[in-house]
Design a protein around this ligand. Structure first.
Ligand code: ADP
Ligand code: ZN
Ligand code: ZN
Length: 758
């Protein structure tokens, strides 16, 4: 028994974010994850035990500690592995344990109750002949037998059956019933809670074998075998499934999940955006029925509680959802799948700033299970890990059936201007659009409108003004009317004419989807057009409405942002157009080329997915950029090797880690002063022997890409280095020093480990 408990107080209210140590009285059988009553400033408050220990932290020694007063639940509210996960999360993402805990276990308000589950059938002659089975015991069995799903809360059971604790003990000892701890979401529903006993599970998983209507292809079968082999090893594994668009990855997931279920395990399937993949989710529901639960951000507190208790109690065994579903507390979790693992949506940009991939890996380390990463365009990190043998790699190289990857035409927009075409649509794209309209086929047009600042590009020769120090596009800011580098703060005035070709058509780039829609309506006045972007999809239903309408072919053209690139399968789409590949390409970020490649490949993957052949047009001012060319040639390998060498040379991830600190303040001069002070504190740290001879590198201070947001000015400093632990302690020291300086007053620090965009 441990002597001290570390208790996070007032957890349900999120107000206090601090833990305190309390003495554990010997008569309390306290466990991590239990809720307790403690005194705090002469008040009785509820808290959660996040740690049990025999040693106090140094600064606490000699302090007069109070005792834990009482245990609230009958058992741990939060399973101990999830408490461990919360600790890990707070360490690796540098945020408080309270924030981590609320993320890992968003419902600190339910309760844990003991339940009694009937195991035997009471008609059994064996039961009837048991010698000791007196009338009291028999009454107990009858009550259980009549209970819904043959399970009942212990309290209610004892009352209804009116039996002694000794008799209950006998029932348990002879294996006629069992006691288990259950998380009950809403207090009032606890008695009627519909919970399925173990026996019924099996029947359901047998049913799950029969859902598929076609045989797996050879490639699919090999992939399934590969993952099953990893599962059988019984050690934590990560597997990357690199399968081209339309190669049938979803079918592989389905088969694996059905196998895992048959073996008694549970699984999580993560998708980047649940609203776009509801199709997939629905088909899983139709195969696995009641065992599937779909988690999405639209769930209210009550529904979430219900979901959580159904998951904890084993009623739901497959969880499908976006990033936060990675925390689903499935008791027999064996497999976590991340579909489209390269997608940026897997990274949370609020505290804790975790990446679902890392959380999945940590959870499967705990359970000795498998993380399956699936993508047509794996992240450089994942593919590099596959190349070096750190993770297993499987690949599927051909599309299902007769469908083939579509040919891609790159259109040089500089030529279009030269030929006098000032429209945002090139002549080849216009012509192909017309063909689809005439043939009654459908087209998807993509425009990427991410980011708020713009880069400066010459419309005649494609020249992009970039930083001489960082090899990254400079961005134009209306404030100050200057171009700036967001890595090193290099500044320059925008040129009047192109430095390369002297053209006057060097202008500030940027068009919205609305503009595209209007212009296309001008070209095709009678053709129905749909638009899918952040403006048209504010309500979660709008997604479905628009996509369903397009699926029913009520519109010939769908215009949208990159949110359309994900996982959509429309058989009648035979043309895909990318309005401006340059928009991602010139983002001021070292991942810009990787994103461009991924986006173009995914987008192209939407065309020609059935027997009708597809075509893709990419418009760009950089027709020879290799990210564009490689994507057009469906050449992932070529792209990977080129890009990984570039990253290595420039010491960018995956060869290094980055921690970025964002400083926020309402006043610009204050934030600049703060950023400089933090910079100086970090520089000072470099003088220390611990950090002096390392490869740590300080970048900035510089204004953030979004230099002002919600009335706050934003500056940033990044630190780069190969060792993450060293980076963290270096930054920690620097920040501590900074907090002692007056320049830190009123500054908000926002720290992110391994940010996806910089
Ligand atoms: P991906 O996710 O790899 O892009 P999908 O899983 O969406 O590909 O599969 C593409 C299409 O092929 C879907 O319409 C799917 O129903 C179909 N499909 C998948 N596997 C098979 C198979 N073994 N036989 C026939 N059709 C299949
Ligand atoms: Zn030029
Ligand atoms: Zn620079």
């Amino acid at each position: 028994m441990f002597r001290y408990a570390e208790v996070l107080v007032d957890v349900a209210n999120r107000r206090l974010d601090q833990s305190f140590h309390y003495l554990v009285p010997e008569y309390l059988n306290l466990k991590t994850g239990m809720r307790v009553l403690v005194t705090l400033q002469n008040r009785k408050v509820q808290g959660l035990v996040v740690n049990m220990t025999d040693d106090l932290p140094e600064e606490m020694e000699g302090v007069n500690l109070k005792q834990v007063l009482e245990i609230v639940d009958e058992d741990s509210l939060v399973p101990s592995d999830l408490i461990e996960l919360a600790h890990w999360l707070s360490q690796t993402t540098i945020c408080s344990i309270a924030q981590s805990l609320h993320t890992v276990w968003p419902l600190l308000k339910g309760k844990v109750e003991a339940w009694i589950v009937l195991l035997a059938s009471i008609e059994d002659s064996d039961v009837q002949t048991l010698q000791w089975l007196d009338s009291e015991a028999f009454r107990g069995l009858t009550v259980l037998n009549r209970a819904r799903k043959k399970a009942i809360s212990l309290k209610v059971f004892l009352k209804r059956a009116n039996i002694s604790v000794e008799t209950l003990d006998k029932l348990l000892r002879h294996g006629l019933a069992k006691k288990e701890m259950r998380f009950i979401g809403t207090a009032q529903s606890s008695i009627e809670q519909v919970i399925e006993p173990e026996q019924n599970k099996k029947a359901d998983s047998d049913k799950s074998q029969s859902g598929r209507t076609y045989e797996l292809t050879k490639e699919q079968a090999t992939a399934v075998k590969g993952v099953l082999a990893a599962l059988e090893e019984g050690s934590p594994q990560t597997v990357l499934l690199h399968g081209v668009t339309g190669s049938g990855k979803t079918e592989v997931y389905r088969e694996l999940i059905s196998q895992v279920l048959a073996q008694g395990g549970d699984a999580i399937l993560l998708v980047p955006e649940i609203s776009l993949t509801s199709q997939v989710a629905r088909s899983f529901e139709s195969q696995f029925g009641e065992q599937v639960i779909i988690l999405h951000s639209g769930l209210g507190q009550r529904e979430k509680m219900k979901a959580w208790s159904e998951i904890v109690s084993g009623l739901k065994r497959i969880v499908i959802g976006a990033r936060s579903a990675v925390f689903a507390p499935l008791p027999h979790l064996r497999l976590i799948i991340l579909d489209e693992e390269h997608d940026g949506a897997y990274k949370q940009d609020e505290n804790p700033k975790y990446h679902a991939r890392d959380v999945a890996r940590k959870r499967m380390d705990q359970r000795k299970g498998v993380v399956l990463l699936g993508s047509a365009t794996p992240s450089l990190e994942a593919y590099a890990a596959g190349q070096t043998g750190k993770i297993r790699m499987l690949s599927m190289t051909t599309r299902i059936g007769t469908s083939v990857l579509p040919p891609v035409e790159i259109v040089d927009m500089r030529d279009e201007l030269r030929q006098g075409n000032r429209s945002i649509f090139s002549l080849p794209l216009q012509q192909k659009l017309r063909e689809r309209v005439d043939r009654g086929e459908q087209t998807m047009l993509f425009l990427n409108r991410r980011g708020y600042s713009t880069f400066v590009v010459c419309r005649e020769c494609g020249y992009v003004v970039s930083c001489p120090n960082c090899d990254i596009a400079l961005t134009y800011h209306t404030q100050g009317q200057a171009m700036r580098c967001h890595y090193c703060d290099y500044k320059e005035l925008p040129p009047h004419t192109c430095p390369k070709c002297g053209s006057r058509y060097i202008r500030f780039f940027g068009q919205g989807t609305q503009r595209v829609e209007e212009e296309i309506q001008g070209l095709f006045p009678d053709v129905p057009i749909l638009r899918l972007d952040y403006d048209t999809t504010r309500s979660s239903e709008a997604h479905h409405t628009i996509l369903d309408s397009f699926r029913r072919q009520e519109a010939s053209i769908l215009v949208g942002t990159q949110m359309m690139a994900k996982g959509l399968d429309f058989p009648n789409v035979t043309l895909v157009g990318v309005i401006a590949a340059d928009q991602t390409l010139n983002m001021p970020d070292f991942r810009a080329r990787e994103r461009t490649f991924q986006l173009l490949t995914q987008v192209a993957g939407r065309a020609g997915r059935s027997s009708k052949p597809g075509e893709v047009v990419i418009q760009t001012y950089s027709p020879r950029d290799s990210a564009v060319v490689r994507a057009a040639n469906h050449d992932f390998q070529g792209f990977f090797w080129e890009e990984i060498n570039y990253r290595k040379e420039r010491k960018y991830p995956p060869f290094t880690h980055i921690i970025r600190v964002l400083l926020l303040h309402e006043k610009e001069d204050r934030v600049i002063k703060g950023a400089n002070a933090l910079g100086a504190c970090l520089q000072q740290g470099m003088q220390e022997p611990e950090f002096g001879n390392t490869d740590l590198d300080i970048l900035g201070p510089a204004p953030a890409v979004l230099s002002k947001l919600r009335n706050q000015w934003r500056w940033q400093i990044s630190v780069k280095g190969t060792r993450q632990d060293l980076l963290r302690s270096f930054l920690h020291q620097g920040v501590q020093r900074f907090f002692k300086s007056p320049s830190s007053n009123g500054i908000i620090l926002n720290i992110e480990v391994d940010p996806l965009s910089t």
